[in-house]
Design a protein around this ligand. Sequence first.
Ligand SMILES: Cc1cc2nc3c(=O)[nH]c(=O)nc-3n(C[C@H](O)[C@H](O)[C@H](O)COP(=O)(O)OP(=O)(O)OC[C@H]3O[C@@H](n4cnc5c(N)ncnc54)[C@H](O)[C@@H]3O)c2cc1C
Length: 411
Amino acid sequence: MTLNTIATIGAGQTAAVAARTLRRRGFDGKIVLIGDEPHAPYQRPPLSKEFLAGQEDRESLMLLPEAWREKQDVELLTGTAVTRIDTASAAIELSDGRSVSADAVLIATGGRPRTMPVTGPSPERVHYLRTIDDAERLAAQLRPGVRLTLIGGGFVGLEIAATAKGLGAEVTVLEADQVPLARILGSEVGEVCTRMHLDNGVAIRGGVRVATVATRPDDVLITLDNGEVIGTDVVVVGIGIVPNDEVAQASGLAVEGGILVNAHGQTAVPHIYAAGDVAARFSESAGRHVRVEHFDNASKQAAAAANSMLGRAGAVDAAHWFWSDQFGKNLQLVGSARYTELVLRGSAEDGEFTAFYLDDGIVRGAFALDRGEDIGVARELIGRAIGPARLADEEVDLYDLLDEDEEMVTV
Ligand SMILES: Cc1cc2nc3c(=O)[nH]c(=O)nc-3n(C[C@H](O)[C@H](O)[C@H](O)COP(=O)(O)OP(=O)(O)OC[C@H]3O[C@@H](n4cnc5c(N)ncnc54)[C@H](O)[C@@H]3O)c2cc1C
């Protein structure tokens, strides 16, 4: 099929990278980005970090500045929700009754925060954080001395905790697991991250379950399932996201915890693709569909889908990578924290180390605290059998280990 028009549904990170890739690869047809937010595509990672702290403004978050869009002739429809795609014609139906026709479509609708019931007269005291507007509403309430309680101690929750602490708030994190981040990083590394928060004055309560959240005119009461009541001024609920897969469902595409796509990002309808937080992509190495909620994954999948639309090789199956910034420290994870043995290089006490996750002697992933330089080579070590003593020995250059593995296995 001749490609005259390519459209994205959603105008976030994935859509922006897809548009850039299409133009870089020489696609000179029409590109239309259709997003329901009133904003041009922007980066979300700073929303819990520099932007929330007031160190960055809206302009600095923008991914496709107006001048670039004009020069590259990329059309942007903001404030425009898509309801359905007619899969036979690829006509994209909008909520206002109009439609946009395209020869290929990328569904890049991301996710939205998982919510919980909140009662009472002051719902504005309870926040979720996904959009620039959410961040501005929250920032306006983070004054020195304000009591902020986070429900959920995942990465975004802990970033908000660190930023709010820096702004002078009294911060408490309520986490259902005993140790925050243990499910993602393992309990040992989760404990190191928890310690960093405790040392900076954040109160962390692991193993607690919130039963109800009730706002009052001047505060919020959080009741735990053991009956304990916690009073606070402001609440942020950070209990994960759900994929925005309704457009795919309404269009008859397969959805199972995300939109099912092959390694190239393609759905069962060849001219309809999905990528980013909403997509469950088939990973050959994992042997199943995997949905990932990270910036790097969104960018890689977007580029893969754009390449594939243009008939270029588009599959990616690289180890997942993400970063976080908390209390001036940089945290990075590459690969998975599946392990039978954890090998530390550097010192957790000094707050600077890399933890290698080994499963039956094979490196499966690595986490670095303020040692981002190790992550690039750690990515290369994934799937290799490397002796733990060599990994831990700081005298050994990690790059030298690339030549020493006993075997290379599929991750
Ligand atoms: C506060 C915060 C901090 C983060 N920090 C990090 C970090 O440090 N490191 C990291 O790796 N990742 C981080 N992430 C995750 C990262 O931002 C996401 O993985 C990335 O934004 C995913 O891009 P996406 O394009 O798939 O989705 P999004 O960026 O969410 O874009 C999807 C867009 O589609 C729109 N949309 C949805 N439905 C429709 C519809 N029917 N019609 C039209 N438009 C629609 C949405 O409103 C949204 O604008 C963070 C996310 C948040 C929220």
